[in-house]
Ligand binder design. Structure first.
Ligand code: ARG
Length: 588
């Protein structure tokens, strides 16, 4: 086929065949393929299998490497192989093959590598009603959205689920407080704009006023038995929160389907009964607990001593719904690392209960570290409150505008007010997302607008500018996307010059980088890759002209093969940007 494929996969297959033929008695051959170090004399890829085989046979690795090469099937992708040092096999890629693969982008766009289709449920964002969405939820939202986009690009069936905390004892005091503050709330929508302070008021009364506390408890019982007036009040409170969340999702271009904890209530009752009947529950001081496996040291609390259900029991119901009812093949949870243990127990209990079949299902806990302020302490406002996300996004817009002004982008004739606004949003939201995604998600990261808005290094601002410049190369020579497509039928991408070839090889790694990220769900791989594309492009552009102009600025010569190379670079970057949620603008 003419579509880009994973180079390491192809090499893996070729060398697997060669090693099996050369050494029939090795049952599980060690096939070790790596991208070669930057010195072109060592080839483009390496196979380092001869050394571990030499250990088995107690023979010289160089001789064994030769034996592997003697059995290597030929493939149009491989130009030649050379043995080096103690027994490394250096692999050189064929340039015509590379040209053909890259050229396909102009006809079909940037296509994903082929994978087996699966149904996937990804649980992300998942804030709690009546409590402000905080930076931890922001991380889940950003990382989850990117993983969902990656999976969608690969043509999986993806369901994005917002597992909102919309059911719990906090609703008792909220409903009781609502009844007191807005007695007519059942007729007329109460004007609550700030649920956080509403929550605070309710909490204060709950802690101080015994009579109120009792009414709050009564309200929970009524809510959980679905008493209509209480359900209506509950819905109303949820709606206020929901509107606030949606504002954030709209600004950051996040898509989610809400399916909160309340959705699983009847299913929770059912599963608790099933677990009980199957004998999985143990009595522990009035609570009912369930143990996972040897790897877990704490149990799940399935029923509290007052008979109520918990976060644990609703997650048991949810995983059953996802795997058994929805028949998902793969479930992904994007939640802060503080909940790693919770998910370890969840997966162990689900296995024990026969809900999760490791041979059939894949489940992943995608954890992430905490967000710190520039003082390396927990990210808080000066007064110690947690930072409201809307305020954070507004601040981002302000800082992004400062940055654009610093670069003189606000001047008339550079950008129109409309273009400036688009650039401002692209930079502001792009830098917040990218700063998060470009760090290894397991690590904590320091939230700093100054750092994320730098225009050098691996930042959104650097990449967005680089992209705009690359895109404009073809445009200044009057090549519209349609014209590029026409041109690509007559002309080939040029990969002759050393720097062209270097860039071409980076672009060819696209399927491998996508598959690597699919495998371990670490989005920073894609950030590092797109940054490498941008810097390799700069190297190329510094030594290879694409469009030559005379002293008066008129175009005298166009190198078509390089225009195509620049355009292919932009198209692959654009695909990466889409996955990362960055929105490039034509002008900035
Ligand atoms: N609402 C929870 C929290 O804020 C996160 C829910 C994650 N998803 C799940 N299925 N437990 O901590």
């Amino acid at each position: 086929s003419s579509k880009m494929e994973s180079i390491t996969d192809i090499l893996h297959q070729l060398f697997h065949t060669a090693i099996c033929a050369a050494f029939p008695d090795i049952t599980d051959p060690p096939v070790v393929i790596a991208v070669a170090a930057s010195n072109p004399k060592f080839g483009d890829y390496q196979c380092n299998s001869a050394m571990p085989i030499a250990n088995i046979y107690k023979q010289s690795a160089r001789n064994l490497a030769q034996k592997i090469l003697d059995n290597l099937p030929s493939h149009p992708m491989v130009e030649k192989c050379e043995i080096a040092g103690p027994g490394f096999i250096n692999i050189f890629l064929n340039r015509d093959y590379a040209v053909k693969k890259l050229q396909a982008i102009f006809q079909n766009g940037v296509q994903p590598p082929t994978v087996e289709r699966k149904k996937i449920i990804i649980d992300f964002s998942s804030p709690n009603i009546a409590k402000e969405m905080h930076v931890g939820h922001l991380r889940s939202t950003i990382i989850g959205e990117t993983i969902a986009r990656l999976l969608e690009f690969l043509n999986f069936e993806v369901h994005r689920i917002n597992h909102i905390g919309d059911w719990g004892t906090q609703f008792g005091m909220l409903i009781a407080h609502l009844q007191d503050r807005f007695p007519d709330h059942l007729e007329k929508m109460p004007p609550i704009s700030d649920l956080q302070s509403f929550y605070k008021e309710a909490k204060e009364r709950f802690d101080e006023d015994e009579e109120f506390k009792k009414r709050a408890y009564d309200s929970v019982v009524k809510l959980q038995s679905f008493e209509p007036k209480h359900i209506k009040a509950w819905k109303l409170i949820c709606d206020v929160s929901r509107k606030e969340f949606q504002k954030i999702y709209d600004r950051l271009d996040i898509t989610l389907k809400e399916r909160g904890e309340s959705f699983y209530q009847t299913r929770t009752e059912k599963i608790v009964k099933e677990l009980e009947e199957a004998g999985f529950l143990e009595n522990d001081d009035g609570r009912k607990i369930m143990w996972g496996d040897e790897s877990t040291t704490v149990p799940f609390t399935i029923v509290k001593s007052d008979g109520g259900f918990t976060y644990d029991s609703s997650d048991m119901a949810a995983i059953k719904h996802r795997l058994q009812e929805e028949k998902a093949d793969w479930v992904i949870y994007v939640v802060d690392s503080g909940q790693a243990t919770h998910f370890q127990i969840l997966f162990a209990c689900a296995k024990k209960a026969g809900i999760l079949d490791p041979k059939k299902h894949r489940v992943d806990f995608v954890g992430f570290g905490v967000v710190l302020g520039e003082d390396k302490k927990k990210f808080k406002t000066r007064s110690g409150d947690s930072i409201r996300l809307v305020d954070l996004l507004d601040k981002g817009l302000e800082k992004a505008l400062d940055k654009l002004k610093e670069k003189g982008r606000d001047k008339v004739r550079v950008l129109t007010p409309d273009e400036l606004k688009r650039a401002q949003e692209s930079v502001a939201y792009g830098c917040i997302k990218y700063a998060d995604l470009s760090h290894n998600r397991n690590h904590e990261y320091i939230f700093s607008f100054d750092k994320m808005l730098e225009d050098k290094g691996n930042t959104a601002v650097y990449l967005l500018y680089a992209f705009t410049r690359i895109r404009s190369i073809a445009r200044t020579a009057n090549f519209t996307p349609e014209k590029i497509k026409e041109l690509s039928k007559k002309e080939n991408i040029s990969l002759e010059h050393e720097k062209e070839w270097k860039l071409g090889k980076v672009l060819l790694r696209f399927p491998d980088e996508i598959l690597k990220t699919l495998n371990d769900l670490y989005p920073h791989h894609i950030c590092e890759y797109v940054y490498e594309i941008a810097t390799t492009f700069t190297e190329f552009y510094d030594s290879c002209y694409c469009v030559e102009k005379d002293s008066s600025g008129d175009i005298v010569k166009v190198n078509y093969g390089r225009i195509l190379l620049a355009e292919a670079t932009a198209m692959i970057m654009e695909k990466c940007f889409h996955i990362l949620g960055l929105k490039p603008v034509e002008k900035m």
